[in-house]
Design a protein around this ligand. Structure first.
Ligand code: 13P
Ligand code: SF4
Length: 308
């Protein structure tokens, strides 16, 4: 266990006591602040966390992540109380597609199968045929008959990467992650000059020219697994900075370099221990999805979970 400073240690103790009282589980994405990851029962990528949310027997899920993740937990477990400690923690990429805009695009391509990255609102999921995460996007696309046209929303970079891997011509939406899209091929080249022996691991939300320079492309949990099993000693990491906490903990003898200091998602860093404690005390902010939307969104999420 990582040593926390005394303020964090005290808050963590209080959170653990509240958690027991409320029969709550704390789920934290790997981009969260280190002290938030440390107090969590589970840390993981979007896929792993949605699987945990689906199977937990806790009454309350405290989701340390961004809005769409808490919504997905609520879609999967409507009988549970889902709390998002920082209600303003949204995902700019998820906001780049609305249900209205998607309906208009579907009218242009009525036969297309809509694959929706889990980084999207419940309304958009409800308009989609199947969801995916960065960990299972290739398998999801491969599950769609080859004669079907695919519309992929909202991440053009992930959609492009999946199109290459699955050898499919995919209609892309013009969305992107503000954090990953900032990483350039020049950043990767400069990092390789500084660390010539390092293996380059990037997230598929990065631009195609960045992905082209990588040795491996993975979701956040995939990167950690790969680093654990690899013989290599040094890695350049092309994803959000929060991953360094868990990856370094799991591979204490290996060295990890962030590909660029720009790789910080302010929304993922908006959740603090103070807010987690407050959420458990007040049992808010609660995230709920209206039943008529939840029903349709659930089908898209369940089709994804059935694949992986
Ligand atoms: P995952 O690797 O968890 O799918 O990360 C994607 C992401 O950006 C979450 O916000
Ligand atoms: Fe959204 Fe990117 Fe932040 Fe993930 S890292 S929450 S995709 S903006």
């Amino acid at each position: 266990m990582v040593q926390l400073n005394s303020k964090f240690a005290e808050l963590s103790e209080e959170i653990r006591a509240l958690k027991k009282e409320r029969n709550a589980v704390i789920l934290a994405h790997l981009y969260q602040r280190p002290e938030v990851q440390e107090v969590a029962d589970y840390t993981g990528d979007s896929l792993g966390l949605s699987q945990e949310a689906a199977k937990t027997d806790a009454d309350v899920i405290v989701f340390c992540g961004v809005h769409f993740m808490a919504e997905t937990a609520s879609i999967l477990s409507p009988e549970k109380t889902v709390l998002l400690p920082e209600v303003k923690a949204g995902c700019p990429m998820a906001d780049m597609v609305t249900a209205d805009a998607l309906r208009r695009k579907k009218a242009e391509y009525p036969d297309a199968v809509v694959v929706c990255y889990v980084n999207s609102s419940a309304d958009v999921k409800a308009e989609s045929d199947i969801c995916c995460t960065s960990a299972n996007a290739v398998e999801v696309v491969n599950s769609i008959p080859e004669d079907k046209r695919i519309l992929f929303v909202p991440d053009r970079n992930l959609g492009h990467y999946v199109g290459l891997k699955a050898n499919r011509d995919i209609l892309l939406w013009e969305g992107y992650c503000n954090t990953h899209d900032k990483l350039t091929d020049q950043d990767i080249k400069a990092a390789k000059v500084r660390h010539p022996k390092a293996v380059v691991l990037v997230h598929p939300e990065c631009r195609p020219e960045v992905v082209a320079l990588a040795d491996q492309v993975f979701s956040t949990s995939g990167m950690i697994k790969y680093a654990e099993q690899s013989e290599a000693q040094e890695f350049i990491i092309g994803t959000e900075s929060g991953i360094l906490h868990e990856i370094q903990k799991r591979c204490p003898d290996k060295t990890f370099y962030l590909a660029s200091n720009k790789m910080v998602c302010p929304n993922m860093k908006a959740t603090s221990l103070e807010k987690v404690k407050w959420a458990l005390e007040e049992m808010q902010p609660r995230i709920m999805v209206p039943e008529h939307i939840r029903d349709k969104a659930l089908s898209a999420v369940e089709r994804m979970i059935a694949i992986k």
